[in-house]
Design a protein around this ligand. Structure first.
Ligand code: SAH
Length: 382
């Protein structure tokens, strides 16, 4: 079996989840099961990913008998929207219920008039067990399929008001994307393909704890941006908060970044979550600059988003500013990530937290309609 022939996902009637197939896989599948020719496969693929159809009889320009045949062989996966929360700052968190009852989240982050970023989940839970991250508390329940990953972008994109569209995708939601590399890269192909969701590769960023061998594998498959959650400047410091460091040392990770094949003009983003009294000293800034020397890098400082069940706290604004100035003085380009959506627990590391805030009924109903789900009248979703 090739790396791409993971078990195909079938529904109760044995029909195939066609939305987990990349265009190349879909074409091959079509040619094996349906009459080839007349660009029918492409019409169906475009209808799935560009029109967001929820039933095959919605495809235009393909004869009804072919669509009926297709319907007997395949089904159209959609995520079921369970809850939508809108933050005061416009950040919108979506809770999706999967076919097996698990739930995942995506976060829409508007920025100015045009930029609309979606933070996408790649797994139910996460196996990496970083001590500070709430998703880590869940443990890994399962990998997401390609359809479940790409549908997050398709379905949120279709809810944006006229004239707006998703511009950026960041794989920084629940899960460790590189731990689910095969499904992730299939989903990325669906996101990048011209006849699919058609995102530019410069607008797509995959974030990792540093699964070193898989970083090179990702680069070999697709040209997306890489972000690395560094979060520390010594082996012991990183190992204390990120257990993966015992498997792939800080040194190994930094060398893998140095060797990472970057197209001209691209840089690796290093995320650095700042914890008060832990990794926020001038010595840390100096070590961080030393570690990154020679790597085309930008640092994204993320003041820790505190939550009640962790003793960790973010540094003061003054300390964050000082750290940033230290990095700049050492020639490292660096930004501070503004926390978004905290009032709806949509901020980094808060996914998976209890959904105890008021829901946005209008967005939820629109999301359910777009997904082909029934819209209940009256009572709020529970
Ligand atoms: N597993 C991938 C994708 C998740 S991204 C990765 O680790 O990169 C989540 C990002 O949010 C990571 O950079 C992580 O370090 C950061 N993060 C996790 N919990 C956080 C919290 N409570 N406050 C701020 N950032 C957090």
């Amino acid at each position: 079996m090739s790396r791409r022939s993971h078990p195909l996902h079938r529904d109760a009637q044995g029909r195939l989840d066609v939305k987990s197939l990349t265009w190349t896989q879909f074409q091959a599948w079509w040619d094996a099961h349906l009459e080839p020719g007349h660009g029918r496969a492409l019409k169906v693929y475009k209808a799935l990913w560009q029109d967001g159809i929820t039933a095959f009889d919605q495809v235009r320009g393909v004869a009804a008998p072919v669509l009926r045949e297709l319907d007997a062989l395949a089904w159209i996966a959609m995520l079921e929207p369970a809850l939508v929360l809108r933050s005061e700052d416009g950040t919108t968190k979506f809770l999706w219920r999967l076919a097996d009852g698990y739930t995942i989240e995506s976060v829409l982050i508007p920025d100015g008039d045009r930029k609309r970023t979606l933070c996408v989940s790649s797994q139910v839970g996460c196996a990496m067990a970083c001590t500070f991250c709430l998703t880590g508390d869940l443990g890994l329940k399962r990998h997401l399929k390609a359809s479940e990953i790409a549908n997050q972008a398709l379905q949120v994109g279709r809810l944006l008001p006229e004239g707006e569209r998703l511009t950026n995708l960041v794989f920084m939601g629940m899960g460790e994307p590189l731990h689910n590399l095969d499904h992730l890269t299939d989903a990325l192909e669906l996101c990048l393909h011209d006849e699919g969701l058609h995102f530019g590769h410069r607008k797509v960023t995959v974030s990792t704890v540093g699964l070193v061998p898989r970083m090179a594998e990702l680069a070999a498959r697709l040209p997306v941006n890489l972000a690395v959650s560094l979060n520390a400047t010594t082996q012991d410091q990183r190992a204390a908060i990120m257990p993966i460091t015992a498997r792939h040392s800080l040194h190994e990770l930094v060398e893998a970044c140095r060797a990472f094949p970057l197209p001209p003009g691209k840089r690796i983003t290093f995320e650095y979550v700042m914890f008060a009294g832990f990794n926020d000293t001038p010595d840390d800034a100096a070590r961080l600059a030393d570690l990154l020397r020679g790597i085309p890098a930008k640092v994204n400082l993320i003041p820790y988003n505190a939550n009640p069940d962790r003793a960790l706290r973010p540094p003061s604004d003054a300390v964050v500013r000082g750290f940033k100035a230290d990095l700049h003085a050492r020639g490292v380009s660096c930004t501070v990530r503004v926390t978004r959506g905290q009032d709806v627990s949509a901020a980094c590391g808060q996914l998976g937290k209890a959904w105890d805030q008021a829901a946005d009924r209008g967005w939820l109903d629109a999301a359910r309609r777009a997904a082909g789900c029934a819209v209940a009248s009256g009572a709020a979703a529970s």
